[in-house]
Structure formats: C-alpha cells, structure tokens
Design a protein around this ligand. Structure first.
Ligand code: NQM
Length: 368
C-alpha cells in the first residue's frame, strides 16, 4: 500500500511469527534488505519505500485498530520499530477495512488507531461509499492532492492528540526551547530539540553553511554538509536522551529557513542520512509546533498565520514548505496558552496497490 508519501507491504500481525527475531528475518527477506536496490524483495531502494505496517484488531480500550511500524533500510539489516511513521499510518485503516478487521459504518468510516511503537492514538477517517450491490468499500480515487505523490486520490483525514514526547519522553527533552551545542568540526550551533510526534533537531540552514532551498540532490551529494549534519545529530541525540543514535533513524535533522512560497516555514528534512522528498507527517507536525513556539530556532524564521477561534478552540494552519511543495498542518492550541499545541490535524491519501502473498525463501508453505 501507499500511505501518504511512503510505500510498503502491510501484514495482518497474526500472519507473522510472534517472536521478534523470526519476524524481523521474515521482513528482511520480504523487503530484500540489505541491498541498495533491494533487488531480491519488495523494497524500493529508498528509506521511504523500505517501510512495513503490521496491523491487528484493537485490544486497548477505545481503540479499533493497532499497528506496529517497522522501518527497514536498503543498506542495512536493521528492523527499527522504535520510530513513528505518520505517512504509513494513512494506509492502516484502509488495510483494516480491506481485511475485515474494521467494518465500514457509512459513507465515511472513522476509527481510532493506536501506533504501538509510541502509544500515540490517531482518529482517522476514510471514504467508504456503498457500491451497486450495497456493499461498502474503501474509496481510493478522489480529488485530494498531496505534494510528493503524483495525481489525486481520496482524502484520509488524520487527527492526533497527545503526541508530545512520543520517542524522546517530552516535547522539549532538554527542558529548553533552544540550546547551544558544541560540535567537533562544526563549532557552536543553536538548535531546538523537540518531539511532537517525531524527534527533530531544528537548525537554521545557514548555521550549517546551507541556504535551506537546496534540492534533494544538492544535499545528498554534499558530503561535507552531510558530515556536519551527522556530527550534530550524534551530539543532539545524546542531549535528547536518545543515547547513541548512530544506528537509529531519528532524530530527523530539519534544516529550516524563511518561507519562500507563501508558507510558514521552509524545511529540508534528513531522515536521517538521505533527504526526504517532502517531509514526514509527524515531522511536519513537530516542525509546525516549533514554528509557533516563541524562542525556538523555527519561530524566529517563521511567518505564522493568525490564530482563529473555532468551535474546537483556537487553531492555526501552517504550510510547511518542503522540496516537493508544501504540507499543511492544522494545530489546535490551548485556549489558555496559544503557544501550546494540544492537537493536530492533516490530510493524507493512500492506495491499495496489490494484495497477495509475499514469499519467503525457505518458508514457501507459510505465505505471509
Ligand atoms: O514523520 C519518514 C515518512 C517518514 C516518517 C521519515 C513520517 C513521520 O515520511 O510521521 O511519516 O521521516 O523517516 O514516511
């Protein structure tokens, strides 16, 4: 399935081995990792297409579906289930309906989905019209466009509550809106270390010798810039309490600059060693959260739109610029403190690409 700007196979958790080592061996075989092209599997040779969703009926109270996100890499044999993916999340409810875990309830179906990796619950709504036979089905075609995906598709509405500290334990894991860190070979540099669903290090692109408007290729082929970013990532990983992040897929390094195309903030997101073609969902939520937080590195560069009063409380919608366009994130703010984000909402799309059996060498009798 495609979920937002990511793609990967989704499994019914009951079809995979229960023990983690055997499960990971199956996932590596299915995806063809490690191999830069993942030529012997379903992976697409890029971190954004080396993702897996493992879905199960909900067991926690008030939760309809639970899923575990697994990040694989083309070039390593790691299976990381400690991070988040809001893009793959967009395909979870469609998968659950396709496989009968959730029954459609009307022209739209809303379910609460628990991401087991972090404990975050999202409320997700997809379109489920009735066909000529009266049976409801997941509609994938539609008019919604998200930058980073060709064409248009049906909207998947995602609302998040309580995403602060998803991996790093708190919104501002160092306790500060801004820190100055000392990085060997780079010098002193101001950063905002923040986690509102995804741990991010927000840094003014100019402080790393960039403009923030570089193309993916310009960043990904600039070994000196990438070395500075990685040196900063290792230092900030420790500062955020994430330990040695050398082999981890977070924190995502987010180079920010003033908006150029009418948005609120311009971003280049390294995830962490290649530049995202757009920006991750929870990374966009976290970058937008930083942009409304006075004193943060993003706040100083952002042009934040006005806050409006709605029936749900004060809200603001920030357009987060990225290499292939923009990502609009609506932030719900605490009525008593409009710099505190208490919920977020956004639009994605998803698509069922194929359904079938992935064959695992040596386990031909046990299709997954
Ligand atoms: O931040 C990629 C993606 C992601 C993560 C990444 C994501 C999120 O775009 O919620 O979606 O940052 O590694 O798929």
């Amino acid at each position: 399935m495609r979920g937002g700007t990511s793609r990967g196979p989704f499994f019914d958790a009951r079809d995979l081995p229960a023990d983690t080592a055997s499960r990971d061996a199956v996932l590596l075989a299915v995806m063809g990792s490690p191999d830069p092209l993942q030529v012997d599997g379903l992976g697409g040779g890029h971190p954004l297409t080396s993702k897996v969703g493992i879905v199960a009926p909900g067991t926690a109270s008030g939760v309809h579906v639970e899923w575990t996100f697994a990040q694989l890499q083309p070039d390593s044999d790691r299976v990381d289930t400690t991070s988040n993916c809001g893009n793959m999340l967009a395909a979870v409810l469609p998968f659950a309906i396709e496989t009968g875990m959730v029954a459609p309830t009307g022209d739209t179906t809303t379910a609460r989905v628990l991401t087991r990796n972090t404990g975050a619950v999202a409320e997700i709504t997809v379109e489920t019209p009735a066909g000529p036979d009266g049976q409801r089905f997941v509609r994938y075609d539609g008019d919604t466009r998200i930058d980073g995906v060709p064409g248009t598709a049906a909207p998947v509405r995602i609302g998040f509550l309580d995403t602060a500290g998803s991996v790093a334990g708190s919104l501002l894991p160092t306790g500060n809106v801004r820190d100055t860190v000392d990085v060997a070979g780079v010098g002193q540099i101001d950063v905002t270390m923040i986690d509102n669903g995804q741990p991010l290090v927000i840094v003014d692109a100019r402080d790393l010798g960039a403009t923030g408007a570089e193309s993916l290729e310009e960043i990904d082929t600039d070994d000196a810039l990438k070395a500075r970013v990685e040196a900063l990532r290792i230092v900030t990983g420790h500062a955020m309490g994430l330990g040695d992040v050398t082999a981890k897929s977070y924190p995502k390094m987010t180079l920010v600059s003033a908006p150029r195309n009418g948005g609120a903030i311009c971003t280049r997101s390294l995830i962490p060693h290649r530049t995202h073609r757009s920006i991750g969902v929870l990374a966009a939520v976290t970058a937008a959260t930083a942009a409304v937080l006075p004193g943060s590195v993003a706040y100083d560069l952002a042009i934040a739109p006005p806050v409006t009063a709605t029936a749900d409380g004060p809200e603001t919608t920030l357009s987060v610029e990225h290499p292939s366009g923009e990502f609009s994130v609506t932030l719900g703010l605490d009525p008593d403190d409009p710099t505190t984000v208490i919920r977020s909402a956004l639009l994605r799309t998803a698509r069922l690409i194929m359904a079938g059996q992935a064959m695992v060498p040596g386990a031909a009798d046990a299709p997954t």
